[in-house]
Each structure stands twice: as structure tokens, then as C-alpha cells.
Design a protein around this ligand. Sequence first.
Ligand code: OMP
Length: 276
Amino acid sequence: MKFIDKLNSRVEHNGSLLCVGLDPDLIRLPVHVRESEAPYFMFNKAIIDATAELVCAYKPNSAFYEARGAAGIEELQLTCAYIQEKYPSIPIILDFKRGDIGNTNKQYARFAFEYLGVDAVTIQPWCGAEAVKAFLDYKDKGIIVLDRTSNPGAGELQDLSVGGQQLYLKVAENVRDNWNKNGNCLLVVAATYPKEMAKVRTLVGPDMVFLVPGIGTQGGDLAAVLAAGLNKKKTGLIINVTREIIFAGTGKNFAAAARDKALSLSAEINKQRGVT
Ligand code: OMP
């Protein structure tokens, strides 16, 4: 099944635009989990079981797993396999922001799509269409291109004027016109830049889905994001929240605390977009 169909059917099924990020961090895990044999997997499993009915997707960020070497990669694989087996209708977005020459991208794509079997990845556009073709050729997978990032310094390069147009708009236009031949492209457009999001939405039209990080710890404004990014169907956004949900609790009840936070966020998103 195509990523976009899987996502849409998930959103239709449970009415949620909330994506929970799975970025465990050893020092922030509850002590009893930190001391277990596979701490990231144990942590993720509890968070997933507590939030599954509330999400449209999960987004593990590879950095948090790679930082622990082989054990971390193994726990990333176990996490993906757990979601695929127990919650097969929930798409997995591997956030790894890769981008290199085509020959190397093929290997990154193999890791994501063949070893882990995830449904979508985040990629860097910097090397251009000829290089990212290695990702785009996976017609059934979601290819989520970094466009407007959430960090305070995002504008340093992304706002540069290129042929009279800002670079992030140029990237969005390129994705719209040249990269999306298989209909499998999405864009990362961050919650911390709602004005820019509105411009991207106008440029690419209502159908392209945005992955939206930056709500919660990074301070993005939910109302402004929904006003800027929703399409007429009141969808078109995957709203990712990570630390504010997964580290909502610190003790034995951490998963219940994560669930409570996810519940209130998904309800707030739906209230503000006028969907009950
Ligand atoms: P929280 O700030 O804890 O909600 O986590 C945000 C997650 O989204 C992390 O995994 C980031 O790496 C990722 N992210 C951003 O924060 N900003 C971006 O511009 C892009 C991403 C992303 O691609 O998801």
C-alpha cells in the first residue's frame, strides 16, 4: 500500500493528525526502564501501546538510536517490527534526513525501506533531483523533503533569494513540479514558521502533505499552524510532537502520562480544526 493511502486511511479511521516522535534519550528514561536490557525498546513499546489509538503515525529519529551504536540500531529495528506486527495500520516515518550522491542514497534507502521496512523517510534536498531519485523511485514510500526547518537559524540559507525567490520556496516549487512524478513527496514545514507555511501551502496547493515538527518543546503555535497549513478537507498536516509527549512523566507511570498528553493534544488539534 502507498504511504499516502496508508496515512489517509489512518486519519480517516481515527481522526487524528498527531504523530508521536520516538526519540528516546537514556538520561531522560525512568530509572526502571533505563536499567532494563533493551531500554529504548522497552520505553517505546510502552509509549506505543499507550498512544496507538491516538496517532496517525510514529516518527523515530535515527540519531537517537545511532548514538548508542549497534544496540541502538537493534532497538530501532525492534521498535519498527513491533509497530508493524502489532499496529500494522500505523505508518512509520523514519526521520534520518539523509541526502548524498545517488549511489550512496541507494544504500540509505535500503536501510530504511528494506532493512527496517518503514513507510516514509525524511531527506535533504541539497544534492538535487538526480541524486534523490534513489529515494523517489520507491513509488509506494513517502519521501519527505526538508523545506522549512524549525530551528531558529533556519532562515540563514532557506531565506536566501535565488532568482528572486526564497530558497525554501524554490525547493517547494521544485518538489511540486519535478520531484513528485510518483505522487510520493511530502514536505517538512515547521510549526515555528507559520507565515512561511502559508506561503508554501499557496505554492504547492492543497494536496501535498506537510510533516510539521515544532509543536510542544520548540514552542510552535498550533492555531497559527492550522490556519496556515490545513487544506479544505481540514487535513494535509502530520503534526509531530516528541519530547512533550514521551517525557510527560518520569516515573513508573510514564506511559499513562504520555497517553494523557497525547489525548489532550489530539483533542486540541481536532477542536481547533473543527473536527470532533
Ligand atoms: P520535539 O521538539 O521534541 O517535539 O522533537 C522534534 C522532532 O522533529 C525531532 O526528532 C527533530 O529532529 C524533528 N524535526 C525538527 O524538530 N525540526 C525540523 O525542522 C525537522 C524535524 C523533522 O524532520 O521531523
